[in-house]
Ligand binder design. Structure first.
Ligand SMILES: [Zn+2]
Length: 428
């Protein structure tokens, strides 16, 4: 656990190395979860909602809850809860994350938060603290949206940000709807819907998550606190030109939309750099899509995120302006459509400051507060209840990939930080 020659956490760790005062049972839990849904060739995780791998993870969660004498419960939307104390007492402190993954995802995105939650509870019990509020550990269902195409389905339904009708329309690549998938997994899809009563019993939700960037690596800190989730959106750029023969059409006679698309990709990079934002054309479709044909249509999808709304507006406006100039220069028609948009999510300021106070109180340590470009269940719930997030350093910043990592020392630091936070919030 101290990084002194122990196997990396990502390799399964060693139970003998777990010390109660340094993250407790973390290694043992990590080792149990490690093989579930791990693809033998890619070494990435394929834990999609309501599939066999997901059900194995859920069985693991239930076993962890019961082994600790917690009351295990599945809510109407398939989220799992492990309760210590009476939920009906209200003002509960909840922690947790998710266990599903993106296609060929890493080991840490999601599971680090759930495993750390159980380990933090073990740590608090070892400290002998007395809980004055109910505490729960949660595993939110279908966070990544890898199967049905919409992220955070479990928390969205609970918070009323996804309607029952909307959930019924979700289908996977094989045409299986979300309700049928839940039913096949032994859950009652008729029950899904908003759950305000459940949320009203929660005083604070804290999600620990591996950082999906390099801010902590660059600042030299193990753990950080989230300030906000950046506003983000997706825009579709349709460049329409004229299909023609790639061998016989003179360059000057062409209306080739690929050229203006390519120039727009470079403009996106430039505009994002200027604003300290990010902009990505990660998906493209081309018609007729022939090697020897000048395209008639190039459709590119822009994903852009920035620290604040004004910066994001500036980036996207700049990219669109450049795209229109390039399109005009090549005789190309351009349509730009905003397909989705999520405004900035500010985490609860009072809770965030409380976390900073708790984590800095013994050491005068200044825990960095940072924004993130990634969405989370905590972001969805922040519209309904006070939420906060802790990030654990990711040395490469790589995420949604088997290369995602965190060191043992940092995982332990995360567990201890979460334990401190839960002690401060639930044992006050
Ligand atoms: Zn995640």
């Amino acid at each position: 656990m101290t990084g002194s020659g122990n196997p990396p956490v990502g390799a399964g760790g060693s139970a003998q190395d777990a010390r109660p005062s340094k993250g407790g049972s973390f290694h043992e839990m990590w080792r149990e979860l490690y093989p579930i849904g791990r693809h033998p060739d890619s070494h990435g995780y394929r834990r999609y909602a309501w599939t066999g791998a997901d059900l194995e993870c859920r069985a693991w969660f239930k076993a962890q809850a019961e082994a600790r004498g917690l009351v295990h419960e599945v809510d109407r939307n398939g989220n799992q809860w492990a309760w210590l104390g009476d939920p009906a007492a209200g003002d509960a402190v909840v922690t947790g994350s998710h266990l599903d993954s993106v296609p060929d995802g890493g080991a840490f995105d999601g599971p680090l938060g759930v495993v750390s939650s159980f380990a933090a509870l073990d740590e608090l019990r070892a400290r002998g603290v007395e809980f004055t509020k109910p505490l729960a550990i949660v595993n939110f269902g279908d966070e990544e949206g890898a199967r049905f195409g919409l992220a955070c389905v479990g928390s969205r339904l609970t918070a009323g940000q996804l309607t029952v009708e909307g959930a019924h329309k979700l289908t996977d690549g094989d045409g299986i709807s979300l309700p049928r998938a839940m039913e096949a997994a032994g859950y009652d899809p008729e029950a899904i819907g908003p759950d305000p009563e459940r949320l009203s019993r929660i005083g604070a939700f804290v999600e620990l998550h591996v950082e999906q960037g390099r801010a902590l690596d660059l600042s030299g800190d193990s753990v950080g606190i989230a300030s906000a989730i950046w506003p983000h959106g997706r825009w579709r750029f349709d460049f329409r030109g004229e299909a023609n023969h790639a061998g016989t059409t003179r360059l000057v006679d062409r209306r080739d939309p690929m050229l203006s698309y390519a120039e727009t990709v470079l403009a996106a990079r430039r505009e994002a750099e200027l604003a300290g934002a990010v902009a990505t054309f990660g998906k493209i479709s081309v018609e007729p899509n022939g090697v020897n044909a000048i395209p008639s249509l190039v459709r590119g999808w822009l994903d852009s995120r920035a620290e604040d709304q004004a910066s994001l507006d500036r980036v996207v406006t700049g990219i669109e302006r450049a795209a229109r100039e390039y399109a005009a220069a090549h005789g190309i028609d351009l349509d730009v459509v905003r397909e989705s948009f999520t405004p900035v999510v500010e985490f609860d300021h009072a809770l965030r400051d409380e976390l900073a106070r708790i984590l800095g109180k013994d050491t005068d340590l200044k825990v960095p507060v940072l924004g993130t470009g990634a969405g989370h269940d905590a972001g969805i719930l922040s519209g309904s209840i006070p939420t906060a997030m802790l990030f654990v350093r990711n040395p490469t910043g790589v995420s949604h990939s088997p290369a995602e990592s965190a060191t043992e020392d940092d995982c332990v630091a995360g567990v201890l930080a979460l334990a401190d936070v839960l002690e401060g919030l639930a044992c006050a």
